[in-house]
Design a protein around this ligand. Structure first.
Ligand code: ATP
Ligand code: MG
Length: 681
């Protein structure tokens, strides 16, 4: 506890009142949470009775690690997870009350879009289906089901959406599946409507801690309220200046409501920033200053003035990427001891901005990872495998069925699958169940009949074997056999024009299976990632949990790599050296010029400003803000202006004219002269 200041200690010791820690970036809010968990355990609260909710799986993994450092092995029993993973847990244990079997599946956005496309009728294209998806998601996030949405519909479009939502919900029920929004909405309904379940959870949870509270939405808040009940033992930490998920329904209302809904609330403010130098913090404070203040707060740093914040002006994105990489190399080569690659982060507004950076880093041979974009687990080949896992754990998961039976395609034609689909929807049974119907078999030619029967038999057998496969070696063996049985490697080669691409995808598959086998062998500590209700015992348990939370990025931890990340995904994190790229009008703030009602424009500008604030405050020691005179917009190059936020940072230092590539050349020459023999990176 010595590593906490007085205000932090105070927050840690408020245990029998609801507590809100409201403070700026880098002031140790997340640190309060980890120390508070340790303190609660120390004071005798059973670790299983503590739940800590983070914003991302990655943040959960990091918190688990930090807590383990403080509280030792007890920490492993604390439930540290995202709201969504907590939702999974609630539904697994008690979803039966809502008619949900414990082996329900979770659909990814691709599945949802294709189901909606199906529900809306043949004429609907995927783009329209995605718009429906967005609309339905917004309704769900506002806490409405189809019936309520229909009752509230004001115009024809809203009515249509509600009708479609109704059909969509029926489908999900038939598939024993839920979508991402349901992971909050259904647990909420569960706790609201079933007093027994609610009381059980309220008894179970002795203290709930929530990080990044400013980015919770209305349904998450309701869920929290029901979880903590009258006792209201919880700690929420947040910063209104870092609320950046308004576009996904997060609302600052939740911060305002807290003191009203919980009159016993103790509010603690933290003012010292332990992360950034004064130069960086000053720039951050200037940028956020024009936003209206929900809660006034001041932040100071005792880490000294530090290096001035630099602005870098570039021609275009490729040029920018090269300069950024040169800068990283220069710092790496010129400092003693050299910083690790993982001390660097390059942050940007939109995913596509990673591409030139990736290329430049590859060329320089610098290891990097892209977070917040397409992760390993989102790759098509991994999702293919997960479809099989989903089918093993829940035979009624139709979207998984379709994906598994078509990757690889097993000589079953479109007509056969269409017949199967028709049959299933007429009888209102799942596709898998239809496989075994004599009535269907009678209506199919011999070859199709055999193909379907064979598929059904194979899935049943694989499921059985996975259920009885224990330990890493056995898992490795089983997975290898299964892949060869379904002919997945050959499928990849058939599907790809280039053998090189196919081989790369196959190597992802092998890497993934190896990772699964390690998990099955219990070699990855705490791999349960909070989605599981019980310990993972068999390979089937492992497969099920992976299929559920397939975006876990534990794999990426601890590797020495430069981080490329969107600003949104960088929330809560910190690096010694940060570069913000593409800081132009149109990117950050994003597309205000496209217009809109004045008040929405205003709200959007405020949120963009907070995003910039989040970006700046990720940096501990050095910060470069970079912009380009031109950028690609679609296929064209358009002229750009520096973001207004750059002027608002009120930097004393002039724009950096010197090109880091020049500096790097000099360094290299000097190095060569000294004939040190060691090659520069
Ligand atoms: P953000 O708003 O970005 O989420 P935060 O308020 O959660 O930031 P932390 O990440 O908890 O801040 O802390 C920022 C940094 O300051 C971390 O490196 C942390 O270890 C350090 N820190 C926090 N409190 C102290 C303290 N009392 N003494 C020393 N270092 C501290
Ligand atoms: Mg934090």
């Amino acid at each position: 506890m010595s590593a906490l200041n007085l205000a932090q200690l105070q927050a840690v010791h408020v245990t029998d009142h609801p507590c809100l820690v409201l403070a700026g970036a880098g002031s140790g809010k997340t640190r309060v949470i980890t120390h508070k968990i340790a303190h609660l355990i120390d004071s005798g609260l059973a670790p299983q009775r503590i739940a800590a909710i983070t914003f991302t799986n990655k943040a959960a993994a990091e918190m688990r690690e930090r807590t383990a450092g403080l509280a030792g092995r007890h920490a492993r029993q604390v439930l540290i997870c995202t709201f969504h993973a907590l939702g999974v847990r609630l539904l697994r244990e008690d979803g039966q009350a809502l008619g949900l079997k414990p082996n329900f599946s979770i659909l990814d956005t691709g599945d949802v879009a294709s189901i909606l496309k199906d529900c809306a009728g043949a004429a609907t294209d995927l783009a329209t289906a995605r718009q429906w998806q967005w609309a339905i998601s917004a309704l769900k996030n506002a806490g409405l089901d189809a019936r309520q949405a229909l009752a509230q519909a004001q115009d024809e479009q809203a009515r249509q959406t509600a009708v479609l939502m109704q059909r969509y919900e029926e489908r999900l029920a038939a598939y024993q599946s839920v979508d991402f929004d349901d992971l909050i909405g259904l647990p909420l309904r569960l706790l609201r409507e079933h007093a027994g379940v609610r009381e059980k959870w309220q008894r179970q949870l002795g203290h709930v801690l929530v990080d990044e509270y400013q980015d919770t939405n209305a349904t998450q808040y309701e869920l929290l309220k029901l979880l903590v009940g009258e006792q209201a033992r919880f700690t929420a930490v947040g910063d209104d200046d870092q609320s950046i998920y308004g576009w996904r329904g997060a609302t600052l209302e939740n911060l305002k409501r807290l003191p009203r809904d919980f009159p016993a609330l103790k509010v603690v403010k933290l003012e010292q920033n332990y992360r950034s130098t004064s130069a960086i913090l000053r720039a951050a404070n200037h940028v956020i200053a024009p936003n209206p203040k929900l809660f006034p707060k001041t932040l100071f740093s005792e880490l000294g003035e530090g290096e001035p914040v630099r602005v870098q002006e570039c021609d275009h994105e490729e040029h920018e990427a090269e300069r950024v990489v040169a800068r990283i190399q220069t710092l790496h080569a010129a400092s003693n001891p050299p910083p690790a690659w993982k001390d660097f982060a390059v942050l940007y507004r939109a995913n596509h901005q990673a591409k030139p950076l990736e290329k430049a880093l590859r060329r320089a041979g610098i290891p990097y990872k892209v977070s917040g974009g397409t992760s390993f687990f989102d790759r098509a080949e991994i999702r293919d495998l997960c479809a099989w896992f989903r089918l093993w754990s829940n035979n009624d998961d139709d979207p998984a069925f379709v994906r598994a039976i078509t990757t690889p395609r097993r000589g079953l034609g479109h007509t056969t699958l269409a017949r199967l689909g028709e049959f299933a929807s007429q009888r209102k049974v799942s596709l898998f169940e239809s496989l075994f119907s004599p009535a269907l078999a009678a209506a199919l030619p011999q070859k199709a009949r055999d193909g379907l029967a064979e598929f059904g038999r194979a899935v049943n057998e694989q499921e059985y074997r996975a259920r009885h496969t224990l330990g890493a070696e056995a898992a490795r063996g089983f997975l290898a056999e299964w892949l060869s049985e379904i002919g997945y490697e050959r499928y990849l080669h058939d599907a790809e024009d280039s053998d090189k691409v196919a081989a790369a995808r196959w190597s992802n598959v092998l890497e993934f299976c190896d990772w699964m086998a390690q998990r099955a062998g219990g070699q990855i500590a705490d791999a349960v990632a909070a989605g599981a209700t019980a310990q993972e015992r068999s390979l089937l348990d492992v497969a099920r949990n992976i299929a559920l939370l397939s975006t876990i990025s534990e794999r990426e931890q601890e590797q020495d790599m430069v981080t490329l990340s969107t600003l949104h995904a960088a929330k809560g994190l910190e690096w010694p050296h940060v570069v913000l790229v593409g800081v132009t009008e149109g990117m950050l703030p994003f597309r205000l010029e496209d217009g809109g009602a004045p008040e929405t424009l205003h709200t959007r500008l405020e949120e963009e400003r907070r995003l910039m604030y989040v970006g700046i405050t990720r940096a501990r020691r050095t910060l470069v803000v970079s912009w380009t005179r031109r950028r690609k917009k679609g296929r064209e190059m358009v002229a750009c202006q520096p973001s207004r936020f750059i002027a608002e940072m009120q930097l004393d230092s002039a724009t950096q004219r010197e090109d880091p590539r020049e500096k790097l050349r000099q360094l290299r020459a000097e190095f060569a002269r000294k004939a040190a023999g060691a090659a520069l990176p």
